[in-house]
Design a protein around this ligand. Structure first.
Ligand code: 2P0
Length: 322
């Protein structure tokens, strides 16, 4: 029914093959395809209800009023598709540290796409929902889907969409997120990736390598080969971060605490505890491991970090309405 309050939940995802650059900034068409794991512990609940009495969208995030032009622009896309001009009341609760490299924009725009489109009477397929989410934030394209998901690069609005690779996930795979800083990042991903695509002399090599990494990880998922998946994801993450260092001006998301976690992972590995690390556009490190290694890893981490900085997560589900 039009005018009904619709609530959707979307989980965040962590890329195993990263997206770092746009071919088309307006439509958010990426320079490469990417692949991720959706996580069960981090999610966003968003409700949307349109109201004839409003003269602009009214948005709250965790109970606080926010004025974000990006959200209004995104709602305009929905209004245009639905051919409805009315503004909406949007309430969002983030169970993710905002802007700390834990991909809060992924779950945020996936949840908003799902709740918003349905509230405005659109009945979109998963694929079309992913294309809509993409217009808000690239990584949100993958958060429509649970488990292992991918974002097909494509060349235009039609062909750039997300899809499920495997859900539910057969592989025993977990991520341990170490929250080192939950402050908003200094260089947004949007700005960072623009600097890199325009100035890093290694950008073309990144595209070639990341295409190969995608195939390797896709194959590893099929073969249930955790070692290849972990190794390749770790390499891919560091390849992405080397783009940040080789840009002009250079910038860096890795801080001293991140390095400490990276060294812990290497030490654990030398001692026979198989695990790998990945990082996004912030200092937090995510450790990829199998279930029987979680205790050994969290024990080691707790020498240096408090329990509330350590979050263990398994694969999460795709978008759902509450
Ligand atoms: C990813 N990240 O694939 C990569 C890896 C961070 C590092 O997508 O400009 O918030 O809104 O499309 O999706 C974070 O960037 O950027 C991101 P926009 P987004 O998950």
């Amino acid at each position: 029914m039009l005018g009904e309050k619709i609530t959707a939940r979307a989980h965040t995802n962590i890329a195993l093959v990263k997206y770092w650059g746009k071919e088309n900034e307006q439509l958010i068409i990426p320079a490469n395809s990417s692949l991720s794991l959706t996580l069960d512990e981090f999610y966003t609940d968003t409700s949307v209800q349109f109201d004839e009495a409003l003269s602009s969208d009214e948005v709250t995030l965790n109970g606080n009023v926010v004025n974000d032009e990006k959200i209004t622009k995104f709602m305009d896309i929905i209004r245009q598709k639905a051919n409805v001009n009315t503004f909406a009341r949007i309430e969002s609760t983030n169970h993710v540290p905002t802007s700390a490299g834990l991909a809060s924009s992924a779950s945020a725009y996936a949840a908003l796409a799902a709740a918003g489109s349905k509230a405005y009477g659109l009945n979109l397929s998963q694929k079309d929902l992913s294309r809509l989410a993409r217009r808000g934030s690239g990584s949100a394209t993958r958060s429509i889907f649970g488990g292992f998901a991918a974002w097909n690069k494509g060349t235009d609005d039609e062909s750039s969409y997300g899809y499920s690779i495997e859900d539910p996930v057969k592989m025993d795979v977990n991520m341990i997120a170490i929250i080192l800083d939950n402050q908003p990042k200094k260089i947004s991903s949007r700005k960072g990736m623009k600097i890199s695509i325009e100035t890093s002399p290694y950008y073309q090599s990144w595209i070639q390598q990341t295409t190969a990494d995608f195939q390797t990880i896709e194959e590893a998922i099929k073969e249930n080969d955790f070692t290849t998946l972990g190794k390749t994801a770790e390499l891919n993450a560091m390849r992405m971060h080397s783009l940040t260092l080789s840009s002009d001006p250079s910038y860096l998301y890795i801080n001293a605490d991140s390095l400490e976690v990276i060294n812990m992972v290497k030490e654990l590995r030398e001692n026979g505890v198989e695990c790998y690390y990945t990082m996004d556009a912030g200092p937090n490190v995510k450790i990829i491991c199998q279930s029987d290694k979680i205790t050994a890893i969290t024990d080691k981490l707790s020498d240096k970090f408090s329990n509330d900085q350590i979050k263990v997560s398994g694969p999460g589900e795709g978008i759902k309405y509450l």
